[in-house]
Design a protein around this ligand. Sequence first.
Ligand code: C2E
Ligand code: MG
Ligand code: MG
Length: 731
Amino acid sequence: MDSTSHFDSSMLMSAPKEVCKVLSVEDDADYQMALMNSLSALQYDGKKVEFLKVSSASEAAIVIAENPDIAVIFLDVVMETDHAGLGLVGTIREVIGNDLVRIVLLTGQPGMMPTDNLVGQYDIDDYWCKSDLTQAHLQTIVLSNIRTWEHLLAMQEARHSMQLLLFSSQRLSSKKDILEYTHSILEEVSHLLKIEQGGIVCFFNSEQEKLEDALIVAASGEYAPYVHQFASMAIKDEILTEAARQTSLSKKHTFVEGFSVLYFSNKELDGRDYIVVVKLNRNLSCNEVNLLQVFCENISAGFRNVALNNKLSELAYIEPTSGIHNKNWLVREIRHMFSWEREKAKLLMLHVEDLAYTESVLGTKYCDQLTLSLYEYLCDFFDNAVDVALFERDTIVMVIYDNKEYHEANLEQVIHPNVMVEDAIHSLDLTISLVNFADFPNYEAEQLVSVGKSTLERAKYEGVSFLAFSEALASAMFSRYELLKELRDVILQDEMQVYFQPKVSLIDHKLIGFEALARWKNRSGNFVSPEQFIALAESSGLVDKLDQQILRKTCKAINELKAIGVNVPISVNVAGNEIARPSYFEQFTTILREENIDNNLIELEITESQFIEEKTTINRHLDTLKEIGVRVNIDDFGTGYSSLTYLSTLSVSTIKIDQSFVWRMQDSAKDWKILKMIIELGRSLGLDVIAEGIETEQQKAHLLTLGCEQGQGYLFAKPMPLADVMAWVKS
Ligand code: C2E
Ligand code: MG
Ligand code: MG
């Protein structure tokens, strides 16, 4: 059918057909009268045959367009023109687009055109010479054509219904959410049956609840006001009440006068029975009931899909052990927030300190309970927290709507919460970051969460328990990020430089060794202080590489110096808790071996605070180093404020007095005393004592007075690259 035509055979569908319409198009009034008389008593299949008559092709076109249910047309060929009838055939088929109606062509002039030609050229179904037709003949022609028309119509209806069914089913299967899905069931059923009365979808658990208590999830048409109410509010009509009762008992669809009540069970998946009520304004034909039954199969599959989809998203959005929503869920919730919600929302990220340690001591189950208790505690505390999720195993994130100002003081109870686990109180330490959504109006959900996370990291870096995101913080974080990117490149490409600072005898300024110090000139040509980049490398897990590179370069320098006859040890530093890393010492000795170094020409500087933290595990390694001839210095000695007695139990060779004592000893009697004590202690334990940061002759003189005979500092030389060292030793 031409898509621009006005004829829609679906308009015929299901319309109760009480009569069969036959149209006579004839300009000979007498003949038309005779024709009608001979057919007046005709009935088809118990239905009356109704005759319409017009006397011209132009009138006929209007009547045919207005009556798409005309089954047969008797059409005279010669009317206002010689071929008016033939012209009308074209109009009916191509303009009006009715290709179902049976057209019987009549002519008064025998031999006008051979039958074959006419039937071949024009889309007609029969061709007769008026004079050849008897009454019996006419009746047969009408009845057989009505029958053919009905068959064609049924076939077209079926094709049309199948198309509708297909499209409806496709639309239904695209719905993933139960609310959306149930709404579209009502829409699609009314579309399929061409009824507008409306209906409801309700669900209940037939084993535990009564149908009256079913909850209406979707309602349309005259039932629209009942959505979210109980089924008993909407199901009042007597026939409907009985049909619904029947349906819920028999668990089968019921078709009664005025209603279709459909039943779907989705017990295994979501534990629900669904009842769909569709109100009708007419009785459904057999075909329509069949169609609906087929459609119900699709609806039923759809319920399964939606429930499966829900199960999947549950798995995707819920952390299985605790049942708490996960990060993906939170991101989805934030994504769906309205802009007015975002304006007053805050994101709080709370990290539980040392949870991994607690887990290693008290077990996973205990930790799961701890997390759950903390979750409940936080939900109680922040009664405006709408979304709470487990961001990581030890980090909870929440979105809060309120106008409160949060700061460290009013969060005390959250920073150090006491929660109940296994009937006992467990105290926790939390680090918290806060981000106002309003500061990031254009940020995606993921980016907002990342800001929360990096603010949290920043809080740890600064050693504070609570940190709210601010502009200043943003730029600090940004430059740290930029620096980190650059540092990563430098380390990965092994471009870190090493400088060497001489260590000398304070008595005669003779060279006794060097300290290797890392140097990094960044892209803008400035030296970044080692304190800054080493902390950065530590926090990003790059420091082991950095120290190994410095060690290797130092080994090469030792061999180069050796080649020009300078045989003095060079000490290297080790970062943070690198010495606690099981493979550290092994890697250290491997590099010495690979670079073919005399072990007594390399020394290791470990800071006093590193010793204190790792003293229980480190001893074994220090013994090994001593055995192979590597000397160990305790760097920054005096800053750890620890008991000095442990010194006697450690395999170290040298105490390196922290420069702060050297700088303060002239002005502070207390520092003078401590320094004196350290030097005496070192000597009594048979350790070498060296002072760093000597800048003046006076400092040197004082140190000599106190009995310290070795030193390092700008007074003698600054740290310098190897080439300068070569020149310096020669001079
Ligand atoms: P440190 O090991 O205590 O190194 C001594 C620091 O004092 C060096 O600072 C050195 O340049 C500085 N210094 C030496 N003499 C004087 C002086 O007379 N006056 C003043 N004001 N300073 C003096 P630098 O190079 O900035 O290094 C700082 C810290 O960074 C080092 O302290 C060390 O802990 C760490 N570091 C440096 N290079 C490395 C490395 O390759 N690996 C590791 N893990 N840490 C390193
Ligand atoms: Mg050092
Ligand atoms: Mg030092």
